[in-house]
Design a protein around this ligand. Sequence first.
Ligand code: AR6
Length: 179
Amino acid sequence: MTERGFGGRRIRLVQGDITRCPADAIVNAANSSLAGGGGVDGAIHDAGGPSIMEELDRIRGQGCPTGSAVMTGAGDLPAKHVIHAVGPRWRGGGKGEEQLLASAYLSSLRLAEKAGAAVVTFPSISTGIYGYPVEKAAPVALGAVSEFLKAEAKAVREAQFVLFDRFTFAAYEAALGAL
Ligand code: AR6
């Protein structure tokens, strides 16, 4: 299943590069020092240009603990905002990873809602460099986002997961069908 409705809103799964998908807000899989990095974070800064890091330099003092998010402009990306969310590193599953991962998605959606964003794109937070097994992360991500769409969303109409590779896409497809 690649698309599913939740209370008049929807989740869509797409395979591709998140920096090329138009949205109102693009979520980045960042780290708590907001210092940039590899993976999708590197791709977002490369495609968005230096204004995103300049803005992060100004707000870095506020901090961004694991499970939270901050918002900046989107520079040259096809979006208005970038939401920098910090997912957990996988440490075996007994260190609150599931709640922290859900919290990274919910914090992002709350910022998107405040900004009046209708379409929000997400990567698969934590399942790259942070090592969270994707078959465990996908149901947590989709569960948190679908609950938000059912219970809290006003501005947000569509959450799109832009998944980079076939394996990740397949894991989300299975989890969306099983929700
Ligand atoms: N579009 C969509 N997804 C992508 C893209 C892209 N252009 N590039 C990679 N992915 P990761 P994490 C996928 O490692 O695990 C950074 O250094 C990737 O295949 O980007 O949360 C940060 O600064 C994987 O499925 O994020 C942090 O230090 C998913 O995005 C740390 O990595 C997430 O992989 C965060 O690690």
